[in-house]
Design a protein around this ligand. Sequence first.
Ligand code: MOS
Length: 743
Amino acid sequence: MTKDKTITVGRSVKRLDAVGKVTGEAVYPGDMNIDEQLWMKLRFSDRAHARVVAIDTSQAEAVPGVVAVLTAKDVPNNEYGLTMKDQPVLCGPGSHSSIPGADVVRCYMDQVAVVVAETEAAAAEAVRLVDVTYEDLPAVFDAEEALADDAPQLHANHPNNVLCHFLIRKGDMDAGWQQADVIIEGEYHTGYQEHAFLQPEAGVGYIDEAGRVTVVVAGQWVHEDQEQIYHALGLPEDEVRVIYPAIGGAFGGREDMSVQIVLALAAWKLRRPVKIQWSREESILYHHKRHPVTIRAKWGATREGKLVVAESVVIGDAGAYNYTTNKVMGNANLMATGPYEIPNIHLDTYGVYTNNIPCGAFRGFGGPQGAFAAEGQMNKLAEALGLDPVELRMKNVLQEGSLLSVGTPLPLGVSIPQVVESCARESFWVHDRGDWSRAACPQPANPALRRGQGFAAAFKNVGFSFGAPEHSWATVELRGQAEIEEVIVRHAGAEVGQGTHTVMVQMAAEGAGVPLEKVCLIAQDTAETLNSGSVSASRMTFMAGNAIKGAAERALEKWHNEERPAKATYKYRPPATTPYDPKTGKSEPNFAYGYVAEAVEVEVDIETGHIRLVQVVCADDVGHAVNPQLVQGQVEGAVVQAQGYAIMENLISQEGRILNPYLSTYLIPTILDVPDEVKSVILEYPDPIGPWGARGMGEMPFLPLAPAIAAAVHDATGVWMDFIPLTPERVVAVLREHGIGVI
Ligand code: MOS
């Protein structure tokens, strides 16, 4: 396969939103103010698990300036949820809801009352005066305890708090264990992660000039937000409008509702504009997190290094509501055996309800947790077999035609062997006479500092998986007479800061055969665009690209038939995927993938436990880099975010309550922490069905970093650490147990 010849696609053109964001002219939801606007504050649950017996709003209503206090009884259809409607908009008595127990709070992030006032101060004062009477219920804060028969039950219809269970039964386990010369067992623990996007949740709600209930907010999918709102309000679709202005980051953390429904509710009831702005503390306390996961894995390989068998159990703490757990854990189930061909697999993956904060989408979507265990197993197997870790991977990586754990081949365009090789060559490995090897890492003079190197690989799906409906619309309009003077593109896709709108304009210019300057993009407004699906699952370049390309081709045809303006609307549908077979797990899970490998060098201070990232080499097959500089930006951003996940970010939850909801106590990497060097190795093996060969890539550089760091820490210290985050205090404790760093 050769790359298509292109003009605009493949160039590092300047981001369309760059100047506005640098000068501060870009308008984010928190910057919006409307004349005569009211202010909203939310009263959240004061209990981890309790029945709300009564809500007395009289004192709150008596505060001067208070306009309304809304509770459960005011929500026409008191339920929502992205992939399963299991959460009340407001918890309390008098609910109209199909959810059993809509009067129950199940975690501290449940919303109980909405206060709207003339000023922010009045709303803040009144929200504290809402008097809620609770009847406490027994609570459970540990996913494995929640599975026990005598554990408190959070949701009817989910016995033992099992929200979801996925399994894979492939091959013959007895035969697999028979063939295994080396067996490695490990138990891996991963922590929460907070998205920490720059802009906390905010928005305005109002009635627009066409009488629509309109919410201006930051999200990842305007049409999904619209659907959640009109469902809860019991309104027809076309009476609700959602608009995104500039969005201050998302990373999966804006896939679910935060302020959308309550803003719409208040604007609809009061017929006045309403604004809300969360603090950083509220943002950390009240949006979902990455799932903490425990994985128990037992894998076997032959003496020659062929994987023959893998058995794993994956348990994810979903928290109190589904959010996207039923999709995240499905993906974790696929990723838990890595990008390797293993003939015999027995795998069980559970998402479990607890009274903790709900968990959901976060860059990688179950992949990072799966990779942490899978790559840990691979690195330990390499050690046990006396094989180089790159060598072991090359013997087992998926090839064109290989069967996945789910018993079907990958879509064409499998490049993980090339990606692993490129990463090894560009980092610390040499290939000599058919063997991969690495020289010992050079050590600093200071004996307290130990350096080590590690390797990991992964694959990441592009697009919605396992039979979820998947499509994307685009409209392209060509204006002009003798020649095309203007190209108007309509696409709903959200620009969350990754550069997707710039890439869409590049693809539209390419598709219509015009220079970039002639393209005008209208995006992220339900009143102006058709459904694009979400900016998630590394899908937007792929899906929007195919949709825009298809629309441009059809518009050009009309143009050549002398239609003026020439306008075409096109719906791109990728090949269908299928859900897991409930008995075997057999499925065709995805229509496209990206492939990634990372090598890292770390320096461990054995006295303090501090880990420094010296170098990260990240090789990614992106199919075709539509904008190479933006690709590099995604690689560097994902690596640094994964660095935080792996060694710094430690969200502490005690009995369902987050103890460190501040960026002063929940530490994310700053410029002083980032690796000395991130080397992006951008590979372009085209995806046969990607637009101009492009694959999605926003998530994949995240996946292998944590296990590569764990391998490098082992190389530096001789100790396997099977947990993240590897914060200094946790690392130092383990080193001391091994008698390392004792002065
Ligand atoms: Mo993403 S974690 O697929 O928004």
